[in-house]
Design a protein around this ligand. Structure first.
Ligand code: HEM
Length: 490
């Protein structure tokens, strides 16, 4: 019998379908979700091969939590973070354990509940403007629309909307190029990654231009350090009283890395969460109608407002359930800083671990009918900290979770108050699996809602458009702890 206390990584079963040289890279590139779900029978850990290197995938919720909570040993690293680091340097989400605590202390004030109150008003306004820009019968490129919404909201909360429209559009294009390249670059061996292909040149150009945009904004802000009540002002002013080396504030490079981190980390994740939520509502009209009833009652013909958040219980449950079914960070990686034991297996320093919220969120032994969209499963129930991890856990848990939830709930409310959403075509829509679980290509049809409302002309007759006509293919309560009626506490 094997003595599990001395078992090594070699005793962890190897996932089937490994090819010589490539290992599991092909199934991971071709149909990553099906491949990941095919591993759900492994209850603790399973080994994966990516080219010449091996990674251990953790399949058990308690072990996953153990990894999250011990970030001194299971540090940020592995192929995902190596690629992300190429763009955002050693920002808060990519930096190693040694740098993390100082950076987290410096960034935390930007997400303080008192700041979130102001951001909520920006989100509500941006969502209302976006929803008012559509026309009855439009077919929306939903992901694109949600990206422009969250880019605008993120830009305004970060930089008080100080960017000219053209710069904003360019930043949006560059971001789209960068995020769609991440996953492929992660799976491509280093040698091939360096080849000067047209994709690589496009990627490099986008990366350099986005960095230059952010650096320019920071230089302007350093020249005029008055408090603009935005995220960048808080970052510029942040002081780390616990600093041991006299470096009490963020340097220009650190500021640029953090600003890029928040921008890239916050914009796409929230946009695709919203896109998936709209998809799920369109394909579950009963839930959509119940949500519209909630919205009608809470808004009473007015506009969404952060003060209404505690009354938007169903909207919060829809977002919670969307993040269960489509966690944008469907896979995360860690690197061991030293030899360590996990689940009775001795792992060597330098080993790579893979964690997958998608796998845990869809395991039938953890959730009843795991593939069914059922926001009511959260009615009166708090998400379990081990089995529900769309924002990760422990010291590296998402710093923007309340920011994102506030934004998503207010945006959903603004949209369903005005619009009925229906699917286009009858083919089930499949995620495009990249570094995040993308909803790219999702299209939905809009119909104006005519029922209810205090303005007598239908609840929300679509406002006159200020944007060009399109068949849309382009295109108080205390927030923080009380933001989301479904608590996502650590
Ligand atoms: C629905 C939206 C979002 C999702 C699903 C999400 C998900 C995550 C996850 C899973 C992590 C942990 C990654 C790991 O442990 O490897 C994370 C970390 C992080 N997120 Fe988010 N995020 C979202 C929105 C945001 C927003 C809006 C911001 C900022 C404006 C943001 C900024 C960050 C940062 C800076 C970290 C690193 C935290 C640290 O290491 O201390 N995220 N996010």
């Amino acid at each position: 019998m094997t003595d599990t206390r001395t078992a090594t990584a070699a005793s962890v079963p190897l996932a089937p379908r490994a090819l010589p040289l490539l290992g599991h890279a092909l199934p991971l590139l071709r149909d990553p979700l099906a491949f990941i779900m095919s591993l759900s029978g492994y209850r603790t850990m399973v080994r994966l091969r990516l080219g010449p290197s091996t990674a251990v995938m953790v399949c058990d919720p308690a072990l996953t939590r153990q990894v999250f909570l011990n970030d001194r040993v299971f540090d940020k690293g592995g192929p995902i973070y190596d690629r992300i680091r190429e763009v955002i340097g050693d920002g808060l989400s990519t930096c190693s354990y040694d740098l993390h605590r100082r950076q987290r202390r410096l960034c935390q004030p930007s997400f303080h509940p008192t700041r979130l109150a102001g951001y909520g008003a920006v989100f509500a306004r941006a969502a209302e403007l976006k929803a008012a820009s559509w026309r009855d019968g439009d077919i929306l490129d939903v992901t694109q629309e949600m990206m422009t919404l969250t880019t605008r909201a993120t830009m305004e909360t970060m930089f008080s909307g100080a960017l000219p429209a053209q710069t904003m559009r360019r930043a949006l294009d560059d971001t789209a190029i960068i995020v769609s390249a991440f996953f492929r670059r992660m799976m491509t061996p280093a040698l091939l990654r360096r080849l000067p292909t047209p994709q690589k040149r496009r990627y490099d150009r986008a990366r350099n231009r986005l960095s230059a945009t952010i650096e320019q904004v920071i230089a302007e802000r350093r020249a005029d350090p008055t408090d603009h009540a935005d995220l960048l002002s808080t970052l510029v002013a942040a002081v780390d009283e616990e600093s041991q080396d006299g470096q009490k504030q963020l340097s220009d490079t650190e500021l640029a890395d953090e600003a890029l981190t928040f921008f890239l980390g916050g914009m796409e994740t929230t946009a695709i969460t919203l896109a998936w939520a709209l998809h799920l509502l369109a394909t579950n009209p009963d839930v959509q109608h119940r949500l519209q009833a909630e919205t009608d009652a809470v808004l009473a013909g007015g506009k969404p407002d952060p003060a209404q958040l505690p009354s938007l219980g169903l909207a919060a449950r829809v977002v919670t359930e969307t993040l269960r079914l489509y966690p944008p960070a469907w896979m995360m990686t860690r690197t061991l800083r030293q030899d360590a034991e996990l689940g009775g297996v001795r792992l060597k320093g330098g080993s790579t671990l893979v964690l997958s919220p998608y796998l845990l969120h869809r395991r039938s032994d953890l959730y009843d009918e795991p593939d069914r969209f059922d926001p009511d499963r959260w009615d009166g129930a708090q998400p379990d900290r081990a089995t529900y991890i769309p924002f990760g856990a422990g010291a590296r848990k998402c710093i923007g979770d309340q920011f994102a939830l506030t934004e998503a709930i207010l945006a959903l409310t603004a949209i369903v108050a005005r619009w009925e959403l229906t699917p286009v075509g009858d083919q089930p829509f499949q995620p495009k699996v990249e570094t995040s679980l993308s909803s790219r290509g999702l299209r939905l049809r809009l119909s104006e809602r005519r029922t209810g409302g205090a303005d007598g002309a239908g609840l929300h007759a679509a406002a006159p458009r200020s944007t060009p006509a399109r068949p849309s293919a382009q295109s108080s309560t205390q927030p923080g702890a009380a933001t989301c009626p479904v608590k996502h506490s650590e």
